[in-house]
Every structure is written in C-alpha cells, then in structure tokens.
Design a protein around this ligand. Sequence first.
Ligand code: ZN
Length: 198
Amino acid sequence: MDYYSSRINSLIEELSRLPGIGSKSAQRLAFHIVNMPEEKVKSLADTMMDARLHVCYCKECYTLTDDELCPICKDKARDHSTIMVVENTRDLAAYEKTGKYNGVYHVLHGAISPALGIGPNDIKLKELMKRLLSDVNEVIIATNSSLEGETTAMYISKLIKPSGIKVTRIASGVPVGGDLEYIDEITLTRALDGRVEL
Ligand code: ZN
C-alpha cells in the first residue's frame, strides 16, 4: 500500500486491527476520517479514550459499567436471588432488551475452550462461585449453544450442583453456534421460559 501517504497507511493499519474490519473497510474508514471536520475527529478520539479510561467491571456481576455497581445490580426491585450467567456484556444486553427478565446477571467474559487454551480460570467463574455464598435460589446458564458454550454450561452445572442451588439451562431453539446477541427477542424469551433443570 505504498501508494498512500505513510500517515494514511498507519491509520489504515490501526483500523484494520479492529475486529470485523478488513483491509477494504479500513481504507474506507481512513479516507472518511481524514475528510471529517477536525472537531469531529477529536470528539471521536476523545470518546474512545474516555470510554477506555472509565469503563470498568461491575464489582458484583462483572458487566462493563462506569460505576462500582452497574444499574442492574443497583436496582433493588430486581430479584437478586436469580442469576443468569452469560458469556459477555452484549448477551446481557440482548436479554435486557426482551424486558422479560427480572433477575440479575453474571458475565463470564468468555467461555471454556480447550482448543483455544481457555480454561475455567480464564473466565469470571471463581467470581460467580463467590456470589453463590449469599442468598441465591437459581442460576440460569445462558451461555451460547456453541461447543464452548455447552462445555462451559456443563462445567458450571457440575460445580454448582453439590451446593443444592437450582441450576437451569436456557432451552434449545437458540440455533447451534448462534450468538445470543443476534437472536430475536421472541426466541430469547422462549428460551428463557423453556429453561430446563440440569
Ligand atoms: Zn452488575
């Protein structure tokens, strides 16, 4: 790509490192950015930096938030004895959008994958077990229906069962390998309502 200036080249290079951005999209974005009004570019850069500096994990459920506790964990009207375990914050958002779930969440930030060398200690599992020491009636495992999601569900269920806490798994009907965030709200609600005890 020597036909672009070195500054354009480095911008393209940086952008193409982002997930889902191929070299064509990176080029398009780079040319868009250099043609944007200066203050818009500054605002974009500042917003990115601000988010990076101030977004942290909720100390209860580990979702991404600006505060010590996320709005869901702070909400006293929610059922804190029901914990839904999801792989990431986007999955949490997908369930929140249905408006049909009144419990709280636990975000694992990943799934167990022996193939990728991701073990139980690489996700927020110890943190989940710690939460179970307080009053918890049910843990709903809502990891994806991919191999990793299923492996994680089985692992968690085996870990929790001896404690006597009810462990359920969202119903199938969620397509295999499907990311929760891409599934429509009706399917998600159905998967939640049809959950089965493990
Ligand atoms: Zn939280």
